[in-house]
Write a protein that binds this ligand. Structure first.
Ligand SMILES: *Cc1c(COP(=O)(O)O)cnc(C)c1O
Length: 285
């Protein structure tokens, strides 16, 4: 967006601009490297390399193995894949526990799977928008297949006690998913420390373009795919990968990991100073 001193954009929770380092990383894929990442010949090579590098960068930000990353069209698709994939993969329609404050990209797929016979319990939050882990514990039933609790809320920013809730789910042998669309790139999001099985992120909330996101699927977790076709993404999501969008998301994850203040603005860097601990933006950023 051209600089306009009469306007200040304050809605980065709705969408961020594309960072200069992100558009620079995408440029060669836009102009030159049009090949199909699956092609065995010379034209596919740069595109395949770009997708591989992007997957490693996303995995590095999340602290997981690149093979545990499924590229998606964004946060909504990642969330739909989790809710519908779990229900479609169950022998009979299961029970799901979620919260009353999830993004529509969780709540609407939950409503949809109710029409397939699944049961959904949405636990409430307190006056600060916080989930009580004990409410999650009490909501888990013998047929619960999934607990899905967002990491940071998109309206009020409440950060949920994900590690504690994930622990409860694991104790009950139930899969745990978190929607990290609003936290990835802003606060540490490390899947092993959080103890999650599944995690969604949305590119355009961390300086990547719209239309790209990722789903972390812990090794060993099987989800019924939403999109069947070629064996892309290890059979988890068919469709020729967009090396262009993947490169954008990869570059954004790298920025978030290495230069969190620089992604936002010079003012943010000044507020943070040069020492922001592990290299993460402070709450005041
Ligand atoms: C933006 C957002 C989504 C949706 O991501 P898209 O990439 O826009 O589909 C899902 N969950 C949360 C919490 C979000 O903020």
């Amino acid at each position: 967006m051209p600089e306009d001193p009469t306007r200040i954009y304050l809605d980065h929770n709705a969408s961020t601009p594309i960072a200069p380092a992100v558009s620079a990383a995408m440029r060669p894929l836009l102009d030159d490297d049009f090949g199909n990442p699956s092609s065995g010949h010379w034209a596919g090579r740069p595109a395949r390399d770009a997708v591989g590098a992007a997957r490693r960068r996303i995995a590095s930000l999340l602290g997981c193995d690149p093979a545990e990353i499924v590229l998606t069209s964004g946060g909504s698709e990642a969330n739909n894949q989790v809710i519908k994939g779990v229900v479609l993969g169950a022998a009979s329609p299961p029970h799901i526990v979620t919260t009353a404050v999830e993004h529509p990209a969780i709540l609407e797929p939950c409503r949809f799977v109710e029409t397939l016979g699944a049961r959904v319990t949405a636990v409430p939050v307190d006056g600060h928008g916080l989930v009580d882990p004990d409410d999650v514990r009490r909501a888990i039933a013998p047929d619960t297949a999934l607990v899905s609790v967002m990491h940071a809320n998109n309206e009020v920013g409440t950060v949920q006690p994900i590690a504690e809730i994930a622990h409860i789910a694991r104790d009950h042998g139930v899969l745990f998913h978190t929607d990290a669309a609003q936290s990835a790139g802003k606060i540490p999001v490390r899947v092993r420390e959080l103890g999650v099985d599944l995690l969604s992120l949305a590119g355009h909330k961390l300086y990547a373009p719209k239309g790209v996101g990722a789903l972390f699927v812990r090794r060993g977790v099987e989800l019924t795919p939403l999109v069947h076709g070629g064996g892309h993404e290890d059979g988890r999501r068919a469709g020729t990968e967009s090396a262009l969008l993947a490169a954008g998301l990869g570059a954004a994850c790298r920025l978030a990991e290495t230069d969190p203040c620089g992604t936002a603005s010079a003012a943010c860097a000044t507020a943070c100073g040069t020492d922001c601990g592990r290299g993460w933006a402070t709450a005041s950023c």
